[in-house]
Every structure is written in C-alpha cells, then in structure tokens.
Design a protein around this ligand. Structure first.
Ligand SMILES: [Zn+2]
Length: 202
C-alpha cells in the first residue's frame, strides 16, 4: 500500500512537471508571436502603412503583460500619423518620461511630441475628432532594468511649485517620498490615478 502511494505520487509529480513544461513552451511561442507582430508593426510604420501598423500594435498591447518603452515611442509616432493626437502626446510623453534624453529615440520622440501637441491644439479647437483612443494608463508600463522613473509630479526635484494669488508656493512632493523618483509599480499607479499622495509632508 505504501509503495503504491509512493508510485502515484511520483507519477503526479512527473505529470505536473510535464504540464509546467508545456505551459512554458506555450508562453515562449506566444512571446515570439507578439515580438514578430511588433517587428512587423514597426515595418508598416516605416513604410507609411499606419492603419496596418495600428492593428499590429493593438495586438501587441492585448497580448503583452508589460509594455516596453520603445513601443511607447513607435505607437505614439504612429498615432500622430493617424491623427490621434491626444493618444500620440500621451505615449510620446511616456517614452520621454521613461528614457529621458538618453534613449535611442529621445530626440525623435521630442520632435514628434512637439508636432502632436501643436496638432492637438488645432484639433481641440475644431472638436472634430471624437475617436476612441488607446491610452497608456490602461496598460502596465515596463520601466526598464532600473525599475525607476523620475517622478513626473516634481520632475525629480522633490519640490512642487504652486502659483497662487500671493505668488509661488513651494511644498515637498507628496508622491515620491522625497526621493525624486518612483518605483515602477508606483509609476504605473500614478498613470492610473491610483497613487495616493502621502499626507505627512503637508
Ligand atoms: Zn516627486
């Protein structure tokens, strides 16, 4: 009886291992598929096929757990070409927040962001485009290996300046805990409006 139990336990362990292995393989296959889609999205963007690129970017969004910063740049640029300027500003701003001035696409991102912001002003005045937009706050952003982002509330200064009737008022940033940066987790919460300011510094 004891020996029998032992055998079934071994068998279950082996089965579990097998299932685990199959799941890992499936995940790898999916990851490869998503990456292939991302590559082709960027190619379509470069070729000026923005709708085609958009469809592939959306597939990637739906199937990737964490959005890499380069995707924020490419999608922001593609959104500009589709006339979705709010969406474009949103993602390009995200890229610049994540990469600062040292990213591979930082210069280009800043240039496209400027164009998108200008176009957005014009678009808002005309109130013509009421299209549904894909916004970054709906996704988890991958902050890269450092897993830190310069606090967008105080721009890393840890001090927030508020202008009021009596002039400038300085107060300690209540989001980054006097650090000037946010953990990736908090950054993603901030994007969703879920990061609560701390009250102790008030
Ligand atoms: Zn801050």
């Amino acid at each position: 009886m004891l020996a029998f139990t032992f055998v079934t336990q071994v068998a279950t362990a082996q089965e579990k291992e097998k299932i685990q292995e199959l799941e890992t393989q499936k995940e790898l296959r999916q990851a490869r598929q998503v990456n292939a889609r991302l590559d082709s999205a960027v190619r379509f963007l470069d070729d000026g096929e923005y709708e085609q690129a958009d469809a592939r970017f959306r597939y990637v969004f739906a199937n990737m757990k964490s959005i890499p910063s380069d995707l924020a740049y490419h999608f922001g640029k593609n959104s500009y070409h589709l006339g979705k300027y709010k969406q474009s500003v949103d993602w390009l701003t995200k890229y610049i927040q994540l990469k600062g001035t040292s990213g591979q696409f930082s210069k280009d991102a800043a240039a496209w962001l400027k164009k998108a912001e200008e176009a957005l002003v014009v678009q808002r005045q005309s109130e013509s485009a009421k299209v549904a937009q894909v916004l970054s706050r709906d996704y988890t952003i991958d902050c890269g290996p450092s897993a830190k982002v310069v606090c967008p509330v105080c721009n890393g200064s840890t001090v927030v300046v508020r202008k009021d009737y009596f002039g400038d008022k300085y107060s300690t940033c209540t989001y980054c805990n006097k650090l000037g940066y946010l953990s990736c987790d908090d950054y993603n919460k901030l994007l969703r409006g879920q990061l609560k300011p701390s009250t102790e510094n008030k």
